[in-house]
Design a binder for this molecule. Structure first.
Ligand SMILES: NC(=O)c1ccc[n+]([C@@H]2O[C@H](COP(=O)([O-])OP(=O)(O)OC[C@H]3O[C@@H](n4cnc5c(N)ncnc54)[C@H](OP(=O)(O)O)[C@@H]3O)[C@@H](O)[C@H]2O)c1
Length: 258
């Protein structure tokens, strides 16, 4: 099956300079979309339009949206990809109010705020697709490793579902993509740090960590490009009847059906 066309669509990929975001930006551009990427730091090389913004900052987020409006007249596809695990493990007693706020700002509020600013134009044009990049952690928190991150992604899942329902008759689709372990810089660093502190190899570290979630049945991490293929399908008109759903892309690691 050939995917239906996204040629000429304007796509914003937040955090589109590295990892999963970069793979999504590259794939959408390859498919003919006009791609804008944003991040805090300008990359040395990017094939896409770049606008700097820290999306945990309300003012910088508003400026990003204004620059897009001025240069492109709005967008058709929004990939809310910014996020990550930034707080320490160790469970509830190690996490301060500041840790919780930091994780919520990065993984939840940044997307809610950007959606709110960009949605009026999508609603006006009666079309648009929003993808929230969540995580399998949003359905399976590991208390000793990623508690605040997992809770912020669970909230993102819930918000995304409600937003999809609100917008379903306005021509705007909203979907959630939840990767499992994916080979990006922070994931590789996390594994290396874990292995070093446990005095084991990164491969053994990966096995130990995955054992806590029941393992990855496919026996490997995802590549960022594999997540990008799924996102490409979801934003294309081939997925016109999909909204409000969560897609895990995890090599089978989530142990539950729902
Ligand atoms: N990798 C995994 O195993 C995995 C698994 C499940 C879910 N995810 C999710 O997938 C998404 C991408 O993860 P990744 O591993 O690809 O991360 P990554 O390689 O670290 O890339 C993160 C991107 O976001 C940008 N960014 C970070 N903080 C930002 C901020 N405050 N404002 C604006 N841009 C910011 C970074 O650029 P600058 O640093 O220059 O700002 C970079 O472009 C995240 O939402 C993460 O939670 C990842």
């Amino acid at each position: 099956m050939e995917l239906k066309d996204i040629k000429g669509k304007r796509a914003l990929v937040t955090g589109g300079t590295k990892g999963i975001g970069k793979a999504i930006a590259d794939e959408l551009a390859e498919a003919g979309a006009t791609v804008i990427v944003s991040a805090r730091t300008k990359p040395e090389n990017t094939a896409h339009h770049f606008i700097a913004a820290d999306l945990t900052d309300a003012g910088q987020t508003a400026t990003l949206a204004q620059k897009i409006e001025d240069a492109f007249g709005g967008i058709d596809i929004l990939i809310n990809n910014v996020g990550g695990l930034t707080t320490p493990g160790g469970g509830h007693s190690t996490l301060t109010d500041a840790h919780w706020q930091q994780e919520l700002d990065l993984n939840l509020i940044s997307a809610i705020r950007l959606d709110r600013i960009l949605l009026p134009q999508m609603i006006k044009q009666k079309s648009g697709v929003i993808i929230h990049i969540s995580s399998v952690a949003g359905k399976q928190a590991l208390w000793n490793l990623n508690l605040a991150y997992a809770v912020s992604k669970a909230a993102l899942n819930s918000y995304s579902k409600a937003l999809a329902t609100e917008l379903a008759d306005k021509g705007v689709r909203v979907l959630t993509v939840s990767p499992g372990a994916t080979r990006t810089e922070p994931m590789v660093k996390f594994l290396n740090d874990y292995a070093t502190s446990a005095g084991i190899t990164p491969e053994e570290g990966m096995k130990q960590l995955m054992a806590q979630t029941g393992g990855i049945p496919m026996g490997r991490m995802a590549e960022p490009e594999e997540v990008a293929h799924l996102v490409h399908f979801l934003v294309s008109p081939s997925a016109a009847y999909l909204t409000g759903t969560i897609y895990a892309i995890d090599g089978g690691s989530l142990p539950t059906v729902g």
